[in-house]
Design a protein around this ligand. Structure first.
Ligand code: BDR
Ligand code: CA
Length: 305
């Protein structure tokens, strides 16, 4: 059983990533923390609470974190995720509320209590993770791994240079990449291949109640992204934890541009480094068929099929 703590900003693809985690018995989700990102923190937290119950994740704690970026004005992705963050999907009102306390303390305390055991999976802006590093630098040693969805070595999506999670808090991303651990970076270079095709949709339709989340969410996402369809980026980070062999990963040094006039949030990636000098393992290719077998298998399991 792999223990994961998921920091997220649901978000349509965050929701589909949580569904992958919920349907994977080899994962033990020890906590969900939220960050302002795709939509405001109040909404990402409300969505995480609703998803926890809809996906039958038991009483895994949901702890709210940072509302905005460390230094910058807030950037949101409501155009892509809709005003509520989940497209047109309306989930049942949850019974349970959030945990007391702040996500940053939760991250520090949870990693401290089980050093070397818990993988941090971050699929939103890296504000909470950067603050955890600043508050307690030993989280870098305590985390088993840090896996992020973010960045790219080829392109952006929010603008030509920057991927959304990096652009939303570039200073936080720079802190995280500079913290001394090896960041597993699942960027647009691979996540844009994780596209919900009509064949994938055909396997989602029969999933009963779960289909009521998956299908409209994916369809909404597909209508508004300019990338040729709905790529469920964040699920790639969870898939990496479940089966890293689905991805080719190459050591690199990643520096996050924080000052550029046109390139703020760009992840400048240098592959010409030795493994010892690298600060990241960057995914460069994905086994798309294997990815969907893993994801759809988990969704089918969750739906009881
Ligand atoms: C990332 O940005 C967000 O809009 C998505 O949830 C994902 O984490 C993709 O660039
Ligand atoms: Ca996200």
């Amino acid at each position: 059983m792999k223990k994961v703590l998921i920091d997220c900003d649901p978000g349509i693809d965050d929701a589909l990533a949580l569904a992958l985690a919920a349907g994977s018995p080899s994962l033990d989700v020890v906590g969900i923390t939220t960050v302002g990102g795709n939509v405001d923190l109040s909404l990402t937290t409300a969505n995480a609470l609703a998803l926890r119950e809809f996906l039958e994740m038991g009483n895994v704690p949901v702890t709210p974190g940072s509302a905005g970026a460390l230094l910058r004005e807030t950037v949101r992705a409501t155009r892509v995720h809709g005003a509520t963050g989940l497209g047109g999907v309306v989930l049942p009102t949850p019974q349970m509320g959030p945990s007391d306390g702040h996500a940053v303390d939760f991250i520090v305390d949870t990693l401290k209590a089980a050093p070397g055991e818990i993988t941090l999976v971050a699929v939103g802006p890296l504000t909470n993770i950067a603050l955890a590093v600043r508050r307690e630098p030993r989280v870098v040693e305590w985390a088993r791994e840090l896996v992020i969805m973010g960045g790219s070595f080829t392109r952006g999506n929010h603008n030509p240079a920057a991927e959304f999670n990096m652009l939303a808090d570039p200073e936080a991303a720079a802190i995280v990449f500079g913290a001394g651990w090896t960041v597993r970076m699942l960027g647009l270079d691979v996540t844009l291949s994780a596209m919900v095709t009509s064949d994938v949709l055909d396997r989602m339709w029969p999933l009963g109640k779960l289909a009521e989340l998956l299908v409209p969410a994916a369809q909404f996402y597909g209508m508004v992204t300019a990338d040729g369809g709905p790529a469920i980026h964040d699920a790639c980070a969870v898939a990496y934890v479940l089966d890293p062999s689905l991805f080719t990963c190459v050591p690199a040094t990643v520096n996050v541009e924080t000052a550029g006039l046109y390139t703020r949030g760009m992840t400048v990636t240098d592959f010409k480094v030795s493994e010892q000098d690298a600060n990241a393992l960057v995914a460069t290719s994905i086994d798309v068929k294997g990815f969907w077998e893993l994801v759809l298998g988990a969704y089918e399991r969750l739906a009881g099929r």
